[in-house]
Design a protein around this ligand. Structure first.
Ligand code: PHE
Ligand code: FE
Length: 273
């Protein structure tokens, strides 16, 4: 056993112990606060699959989840587990985890003064934001395929293109439902301000999902997004990304980059709600 205050050094896969016993009452309180705020906002804004995942996995208000216990439930549903990492990990390490149905989650939580915004992922973003969608079988397969695609994109020197796909789907995706647009992107669901803005503001553009268009589009990491891409369902994601990307990357290398807020001639924006 290690002394409680000693932080484990990560191995080559960057996996550490979550250190569940080390969370303070105050850290659990931060989780509870974030959880309650989002529950109120997301009940009629998040995708039904996200809300189902949240309740199906028993991700609750009471405090920061115990990764091993949560993984046991998740693994029975879709074969995924959560592993703790100390923060962002190198690309190849990240992709190898995903390709093996392991989701790397940061173990620390933000501070009170970072409740509304923080640039790096924390345990609230990683667990509350990402894990519920992994309860959905189609999305679970998509993320594994993405991990395999990441390893391939590295070899083809094309990671920036593939990273845009992750950004505009996994992190900032919207989905069309019978009740209107809903959020499934983890970067949105873990942010109070963006959960409202993504659906209700007039400012951002909303375009139908288009794989190559997305891989051509730059994104911003310092503010709410200027553009969102809307899928009709998770099968669309899975099917559109099934082909070999090698020829796509070759043509993307010859195409110009589209700035985040641009709508091109002939593109039709999707109506809000
Ligand atoms: N089919 C892609 C390729 O051949 C891999 C991929 C799958 C990428 C799913 C993203 C999502 O590179
Ligand atoms: Fe994320």
């Amino acid at each position: 056993m290690m002394p409680a205050q000693m932080v484990e050094t990560p191995g080559p896969d960057y996996v550490i112990d979550q250190g569940f016993e080390r969370y303070t009452a105050e850290e659990h309180e931060i989780w509870r606060t974030l959880f309650h705020r989002q529950a109120e906002i997301l009940k009629d804004r998040a995708a039904p699959e996200f809300l189902d995942g949240l309740s199906g996995l028993g991700i609750a208000a009471e405090g920061i989840p115990h990764f091993e216990r949560l993984s046991d439930v998740l693994e029975r549903a879709t074969g995924w587990r959560i592993v703790a990492v100390p923060g962002l990990v190198p690309d190849d390490v990240f992709f190898r985890h995903l390709a093996n149905r392991r989701f790397p989650a940061t173990n620390f939580i933000r501070r009170w003064d970072q409740l509304d915004y923080l640039q790096e992922p924390d345990v609230f973003h990683d667990i509350y934001g990402h894990v519920p969608m992994l309860f959905n079988p189609v999305f679970a397969d998509y993320l594994q395929a993405y991990g395999q695609g990441g390893l391939k994109a590295l070899k083809l020197d094309s990671l920036p293109f593939l990273a845009r796909l992750y950004w505009y789907t996994v992190e900032f995706g919207l989905v069309r439902t019978k009740e209107g647009l809903r959020i499934y992107g983890s970067g949105i669901v873990s942010s109070k301000g963006e959960s409202i803005y993504a659906l209700e503001s007039d400012k951002p553009k909303r375009l139908p999902f288009d794989l190559l268009r997305i891989m051509q589009t730059d994104y911003r990491i310092d503010d709410f997004q200027d553009i969102y891409f809307v899928i009709d369902g998770y099968d669309q994601l899975f099917e559109a990304t099934r082909p070999d990307f090698t020829p796509y990357y070759a043509s993307l290398k010859t195409l110009p980059t589209i700035p985040p807020g641009a709508v091109l001639p002939g593109e039709r924006e999707i109506e809000r709600i």
